[in-house]
Design a protein. Structure first.
Length: 191
């Protein structure tokens, strides 16, 4: 079984309970599933944004969401990886936490690590849908690639740009750039 399959399910009745769980366990857990009741049940006392803000306070981030049953879903939260990119919405949430004096030491440490290793700014151009030079060159070499790319929804372009900038090795990045350009030339989204 994977860590996700074996992880604890946390179903706090209130946001304060979710914050208390994180305060007690953020340093000793690899992650946990936050169980969220569907709005239609009227049982959840807090929303997605509030849950994410609490997690960010302790240097955790959300990822995968899965259906649990007809009334609940679960959202994977785990400590942020040191080299992961920070999305603009999470940066805005962190600024708010900092202004309110609610950012915990673990959250502040995650920010400092990201600022030190480039993870903090990694997604800035992605968020602005800036096409990097290598991808622009690949588009230029293939008829219709750029026009088709520009017709893709912003969310799809963002996902593909993120895939490019998160490549760990130059060879991986090059392979991803080629795949995106070749598929765009045929009007197909990569990934």
């Amino acid at each position: 079984m994977s860590a996700l399959e074996e992880a604890e399910l946390v179903e706090p009745p209130t946001l304060a309970d979710w914050g208390s769980w994180l305060a007690a366990h953020h340093a000793d857990r690899a992650g946990a599933w936050l169980v969220i009741a569907k709005k239609s049940t009227g049982r959840q006392a807090f929303d997605y944004d509030a849950a994410v803000v609490e997690a960010l306070r302790f240097g955790w981030v959300d990822a995968v969401q899965r259906k649990l049953d007809d009334e609940r879903s679960m959202l994977w939260f785990a400590p942020r990886r040191p080299r992961s990119g920070w999305s603009r919405p999470n940066k805005i949430r962190l600024e708010r936490l900092e202004r309110e004096g609610r950012l915990e030491a673990a959250g502040r440490a995650a920010v400092e690590v990201a600022k030190g290793n480039g993870g903090w700014g990694l997604l800035d151009e992605v968020e602005d849908l800036v096409v990097p030079d290598d991808l622009a060159d690949a588009f230029a070499a293939l008829p219709e690639a750029r026009d088709n790319w520009d017709a893709f929804p912003p969310s799809a372009r963002r996902g593909m740009l993120e895939w490019v900038v998160q490549a760990k090795r130059a060879e991986t990045r090059e392979r991803r750039v080629c795949e995106i350009a070749e598929k765009a030339a045929r009007g197909i989204r990569a990934r």
